[in-house]
Ligand binder design. Structure first.
Ligand SMILES: Cc1cc2nc3c(=O)[nH]c(=O)nc-3n(C[C@H](O)[C@H](O)[C@H](O)COP(=O)(O)OP(=O)(O)OC[C@H]3O[C@@H](n4cnc5c(N)ncnc54)[C@H](O)[C@@H]3O)c2cc1C
Length: 230
């Protein structure tokens, strides 16, 4: 992940290494920190729906030399090294979604209190109040789950399933809240003058990355002793 392929100084690269058919649970991989100015690297910026402040690129590597000093952890054990960051990434994505939920709530309430139609504020209509109440419910559920998973992780307790759960629940609650946020703002929700459309665009990827909600659900079901489905 680099900033339009221009700003990033390093790529965190998980490279296949050794024999992919070697016995063992996973094919051998090695984690490398590769300077983006190394000869043989080409990056092409990918325009995307949301999270535009964070650039995403296709990366092409052609005979790139990486010195031993750039090896992270142990050779052929790259995925094992990466594993230590996966729970954290899922909890962090939950916290990001929660932050956006806070923003959606703030903007929705402010607008509902001030926008007048037919001589009344729209926040006086029960349906708008229910939209806001649903966002409040989602915000609280997300907050409790984020705090629980973050506390478990910070306390070095097992938290793999909590990290999966927080990722799935917060992304789905936040995407639904972002959609309601636009509805509450009406036409202004579509306008780039307001944050509502950006929350909606930025949040959509959270159902896909860093792990898709379908894969997180696969993991959850598997943890109850069901066979691996993939
Ligand atoms: C903005 C952005 C930034 C990203 N940044 C990074 C990054 O920095 N580093 C990095 O390594 N990756 C990154 N990713 C990749 C991200 O982890 C993947 O997009 C994500 O894991 C989904 O994989 P995929 O896109 O290949 O979808 P696919 O695997 O092609 O899946 C497509 C659809 O099929 C479903 N599906 C696939 N397999 C199964 C299965 N077995 N059971 C049920 N459903 C299934 C998926 O859930 C999804 O709905 C990023 C993605 C995005 C969108």
């Amino acid at each position: 992940m680099v900033d339009r392929g221009e700003g990033g100084t390093y790529l965190l690269l998980l490279a296949r290494s050794g024999d992919p058919d070697a016995p063992g649970k996973r094919a051998p991989t090695t984690l490398l920190l590769v300077p983006t100015d190394s000869p043989g690297i080409e990056m092409r910026y990918i325009p995307k729906l949301g999270m535009r402040a964070m650039g995403s690129c296709e990366v092409f590597l052609d005979d790139v030399f990486v010195p031993d000093s750039q090896l992270l952890g142990t050779e052929h054990q790259g995925f094992k090294v990466l594993l230590t960051s996966l729970n954290n990434e899922r909890v962090m994505s939950g916290a990001l979604a929660l932050g956006m939920l806070d923003g959606i709530l703030e903007e929705s309430v402010e607008y509902a209190k001030n926008r007048m139609t037919f001589g009344k504020v729209i926040g006086g209509h029960q349906i708008i109040q229910h939209y806001i109440a649903d966002t409040v419910l989602g915000q609280k559920q997300s907050e409790l789950m984020v705090f629980d998973a973050a506390w478990r992780e910070a306390s070095s307790l097992p938290c793999h399933q909590e990290a999966n759960m927080v990722k799935v629940v917060t992304s789905e609650l936040a995407v639904a809240a972002a959609d309601r946020g636009i509805q509450i703002l009406g036409g202004m929700g579509i306008s780039s003058e307001t944050h509502a459309q950006r929350f909606w665009r930025d949040l959509r990827q959270f159902r896909i990355a860093p792990i898709s909600n379908e894969m997180a659900r696969n993991n959850l079901a598997e943890s109850f002793g069901l066979p691996r489905s993939y």
